[in-house]
Design a binder for this molecule. Structure first.
Ligand code: RAM
Length: 351
């Protein structure tokens, strides 16, 4: 009995020692969830759980698709899913929605963070009031959430973007990045990986000349594309790892003298990009299925709120029709590798 108590205490000390935020090689902040209650993998999923789904912004088709998956999971667990959120993806825009979820006594919050640190105090206070917090798509500071559901590994996403643009421009020339908002955790982590990748000898022919921010706003992204092309007459290609940015950049190229001359790749939804892939403006781009991401994030929230998991590495749970998942290092779950879309396969996808 005594030995067990001592071991348990050592565990608590070890856990608290792991907290805090440092940076990993992928440039994402790392740390551990603060929950210390033991997981009960055999616990049934609670019914009538109230879950708030809070995307970066509401008027973005990527998050509309993710919401559909979240709603599907919400019905499967017989819970109540409420989707809400700001119309712009700015840093502090989500704080009031987080506070409201806590005031309304929601059981869990599923969010894609516009800024890892701006939302952290509100998330911590929501957790202190009993809410479980799952981030998906774009993480918050790790000590402010229980689990982060990543769409694919940060490394996988960053390296594949560089490979796609390199292949598209024949391995040499100037390239630029058209990102979303300057504080977005996911974008910045991917850009870090891209820069590390570009420093490798196999990409010596590629030169990153600028990173621009379209703020996940269609018009701003459209204008920033135009700006990049005017500022860099030798530009050969653009990577836009945002569904809003890549669609706006494709529309600009399609209607300009640069069509077919400047390569564009990035992360886009097949439905927004189909036209540009079919008419040759874009050869290939990548993404995962956002609805599966929303589904997995919501199931993770339900597993946390039901006590099946606490967010510690190695814990397992069943995410409905997606099957079994195990929490990885730093409280992170990974949905699966991204899909690359080209003329040959794009018609098999409808989202
Ligand atoms: C936009 C958002 C989102 C990102 C996708 C690829 O919709 O920036 O966070 O994951 O693009």
């Amino acid at each position: 009995m005594k030995t067990r108590l001592v071991l348990a205490l050592i565990g608590v000390v070890a856990l608290s020692g792991c907290g805090g935020t440092t940076k990993d090689s992928a440039g994402q902040q790392t740390g551990t969830a603060t929950g210390t209650a033991a997981a009960n993998p055999g616990a049934p999923l609670k019914e009538n759980l109230k879950i708030t789904f809070l995307p970066k912004q509401v008027n973005n088709p990527y998050f509309t698709v993710a919401q559909k998956g979240a709603e599907k999971a919400g019905s499967a667990i017989k819970g109540e899913l409420k989707a809400t959120g700001p119309s712009d993806a700015s840093a502090s825009s989500q704080v009031t929605y987080i506070n409201t979820a806590a005031q309304q006594g929601q059981n869990a919050l599923v969010l894609s963070a516009n800024d890892a640190n701006a939302v952290a105090p509100a998330l911590k206070s929501a957790r202190a009031q009993g809410l479980k917090v799952v981030t998906f798509d774009s993480d918050a500071a790790p000590d402010a959430r229980d689990v982060f559901v990543n769409q694919a590994t940060t490394k996988e996403i960053g390296t594949s973007q560089v490979k796609l643009i390199s292949d598209a421009i024949g391995g040499s020339g100037e390239i630029a990045i058209l990102s979303a908002t300057a504080n977005a955790t996911n974008q910045n982590a991917w850009i870090e990986i891209m820069k590390t990748e570009l420093a490798k000898p196999e990409y010596a022919g590629l030169k990153l000349v600028e990173t621009a921010y379209g703020n996940d706003d269609d018009q701003t992204s459209f204008q920033k594309t135009q700006g990049l092309l005017q500022a860099h007459p030798n530009l050969k290609g653009i990577i836009s790892p945002t569904t809003v940015g890549v669609a706006a950049a494709a529309r600009y190229l399609d209607s300009s003298e640069y069509k077919g001359k400047i390569a564009l790749t990035g992360l886009g939804t097949p439905n927004q990009m189909r036209k540009y892939v079919q008419n040759g403006t874009v050869k290939s781009f990548a993404l995962w299925d956002p609805s599966k991401l929303g589904y997995l994030a919501t199931y993770t929230a339900a597993a946390l709120a039901s006590g099946q998991i606490t967010g510690a590495e190695g814990e397992k749970f069943k995410a409905g029709e997606l099957g079994d998942y195990t929490i990885g290092a730093k409280g992170e779950l990974v949905l699966g590798p991204p899909t690359v879309f080209t003329k040959d396969n794009i018609d098999q996808f409808d989202f």
